[in-house]
Design a protein around this ligand. Structure first.
Ligand code: PAF
Length: 297
């Protein structure tokens, strides 16, 4: 397949590398000006992929968008005329809230959304480390996307495991609950995920998850609140030694994904006239740090 990966950050580079190794014609689209993009994964020899070549976009069968949620619009709008109306577009990012934009601007394209638990980070522009093997799920965002179930096999062949999920929205909401609980708290308290297992965080985590469960119920999902909380604790345990992505963004004074994690929860809660004060407080605190900085707290 002709595949363009938009946003070769850690996860984008991981997929670009593996799709290339699986025999696809892969190129990237990035903010870098060069026409080639050098990429090394772990100890493997470097590969060179075409970068920012409109011809590749025009010929793409699949565009895999791996920029952060808040960058999806700014990455796709300037190049939308280069994208063939039949090209499959799949987004893969933390958080939710980009589907309205995609459905509005790419209504003729098969649209898909994927979530992955693979861990990766960038040592440098060219060097990516695959830090943890994970699992990927992909599902459709529109009826045309439903006809692209074979994509799960394409992705699974390149980087196992990957499965098609008919109920990807539920999977995304479950992940949102985990991110609403873990990400803002670890960023605010400047701690690793594992430190949230301390009894002092128990009430807050319970309340955060309970609010997410209420919103999910109003969205029509059948939610078991205690199971959702148990999942949060499982991730805290499994990723105990990690700093969450929001912790890293705030620590490096980068824009975080708060608008597409807690912010998405708040906007859906608002549609249902539901108050979610515990999440609201964390949202306000992270926005405060983003705009004013931690020193002015
Ligand atoms: O955003 C993150 O950091 C991750 O999604 C998770 C699961 C919270 C682990 O750190």
């Amino acid at each position: 397949m002709n595949i363009v990966v938009i946003g070769p950050g850690a996860i984008g580079s991981l997929w670009a590398y593996h799709l290339h190794q699986a025999g696809h014609r892969v190129s990237v689209w990035s903010t870098k000006p060069h026409s080639y993009f050098k990429l090394r994964l772990d100890e493997s020899p470097a590969i060179e992929l075409a970068n920012n070549q409109p011809r590749m976009l025009q010929q793409a069968d699949l565009i895999l968008v791996t920029v952060k949620a808040w960058q999806v619009e700014q990455a796709l709008l300037p190049i939308r005329r280069e994208i063939n109306p039949e090209t499959m577009i799949a987004v893969m990012h933390n958080g939710m809230g980009t589907s309205d934009f995609l459905i509005k601007h790419f209504s003729t394209n098969p649209l898909l959304v994927a979530k992955t638990t693979h861990g990766a980070y960038k040592l440098s522009d060219q060097q990516t480390c695959h830090t943890g093997k994970g699992h990927t799920q992909i599902g459709s965002l529109n009826p045309l996307g439903e006809q692209c179930q074979f994509l799960s096999q394409v992705l699974a062949h390149a980087l196992p495991e990957c499965g098609w999920n008919d109920n990807i929205q539920l999977a995304l909401w479950n992940k949102l609950a985990i991110n609403c609980a873990i990400n803002p708290l670890t960023a605010l308290h400047n701690i690793k995920n594992g430190e949230l297992a301390a009894p002092s965080f128990k009430q807050q985590l319970t309340d955060l998850v309970s609010e997410v469960a209420s919103v999910m119920t109003l969205q029509g999902f059948d939610v078991d609140e205690s199971q959702l909380l148990a999942q949060v604790y499982q991730v805290i345990d499994k990723t105990a030694q990690n700093y969450s992505s929001m912790h890293q963004d705030i620590h490096h004074q980068r824009r975080s994904e708060i608008d597409y994690i807690t912010g998405h929860l708040l906007s859906v809660a608002k549609l249902h006239n539901l108050k979610t004060p515990v999440n609201q407080k964390l949202y306000d605190a992270i926005k405060h740090i983003e705009t004013v900085g931690r020193n002015h707290d």
